[in-house]
Ligand binder design. Structure first.
Ligand code: SF4
Length: 342
């Protein structure tokens, strides 16, 4: 899969040649700090995910959580005081780091009491001198149909910086054909739109749309999606390519769907060149690329592609840029539970 990442490297260089003023950033060369207990060097600014495991309210056709990696999956772990004790211990080792707190896994907003306990650990750590640069929650917002008030309290009490919410089409039927919500209320655009409009009074909201043949699959569809987002007062949108995986993933519904329905991001990017989009920034991450555009002067639209195999390859080195804390108490350095470091 090296090939994929290399493709984007080449395309990014072409864009830099063409649009000389574009801001080019790379977080590949970072400052690292040695953490003896982990026997690894950790990036000074590190992404930390407390992986939250719930029964998801949806059943997305492309769900990467259902991909059967030979490297293992998160299953129903029993949470205990041991989990929180270890989380506090891990954080005590990270006093010299700055954390990007990325709350994800399987629908973190479906178990708010547990989420509050997790966020409280980070809050205590901050009060004790720990540094968190951003706190982002990833969610389909299904819980907003029955717990909106409590979600707002969490945003306020724990100073959440942003919610990135997935919605894969502006038409509710097309979206539901992809997402297959078990919660009927969130299937309806009018309910989802009300939740988003309410939450944006308290927190930055970014819409996340995964490009796929059965949904947003072209330049025209990208524009239609942005029109819908703008009508709902949202001016930040990210379009992502479906996950990239290799042969360690055995064939199942998700992997077959992904293989069949991939819309290569690069094709959409080529289509938007010189149109109403102005390229403002290219970010080269150690396993991903992000292309940021201004759209019609009032929207920030990002296009992202991540190559997880490139990420795993990078993590075989001793320099770590991402930490995932799983519900069983294992601290791993990527989405593979085999890569336990503590
Ligand atoms: S919302 Fe996320 S975790 Fe749930 S099924 Fe969809 S992709 Fe998977």
């Amino acid at each position: 899969m090296q090939y994929y990442y290399e493709n984007y490297k080449e395309y990014a260089n072409k864009l830099r040649e063409k649009y000389k003023k574009v801001d080019y950033k790379s977080n590949i060369k970072q400052e690292f700090i040695e953490i003896k207990e982990f026997q690894k060097e950790l990036a000074k600014k590190i992404s930390f995910t407390p992986y939250i495991y719930n029964n998801c309210s949806a059943n997305c056709r492309f769900c990467s959580e259902k991909l059967e990696r030979t490297s293992g999956q998160a299953k129903d772990f029993k949470l205990s005081e041991k989990y929180f004790k270890k989380l506090r211990l891990i954080l005590s080792k990270l006093k010299e780091n700055r954390i990007f707190l990325s709350v994800s896994g399987i629908e973190p907003l479906e178990s708010l009491d547990f989420l509050k306990e997790v966020l409280q650990v980070f809050k205590n750590w901050e009060e004790d001198g720990g540094r968190i640069e951003e706190k982002v929650i990833y969610s389909n917002l299904s819980a907003g149909t029955y717990n909106l008030g409590k979600i707002i309290d969490i945003i306020k009490d724990y100073n959440i910086s942003r919610i990135e919410t997935s919605r894969h089409h502006y038409n509710e039927d097309v979206n539901n054909n992809i997402v297959r919500f078990k919660n009927k209320d969130i299937q309806l655009n009018r309910n989802y739109e009300n939740i988003v409009r309410t939450l944006k009074n308290y927190v930055d909201i970014k819409l996340v749309c995964v490009l796929q043949n059965t949904g947003v699959n072209s330049y025209e569809e990208v524009k239609n999606y942005l029109k819908w987002a703008r009508n709902n007062g949202i001016n930040k949108v990210v379009f992502r390519e479906l996950s990239l995986f290799n042969e360690s993933i055995s064939g199942n519904e998700s992997s077959n769907y992904i293989r069949k329905n991939r819309v290569p991001l690069i094709e959409v990017l080529k289509d938007i060149e010189d149109k109403a989009f102005t390229l403002t920034e290219i970010l080269r991450g150690y396993y991903y690329f992000s292309f940021k555009y201004e759209y019609k002067k009032d929207m920030e639209v990002t296009f992202e592609v991540s190559d997880y195999e490139e990420m795993i390859k990078q993590h075989n080195k001793d320099e770590i840029q991402k930490l995932i804390y799983y519900p069983n108490g294992d601290l791993c350095c990527d989405w593979s539970m085999k890569n336990k470091i503590f």
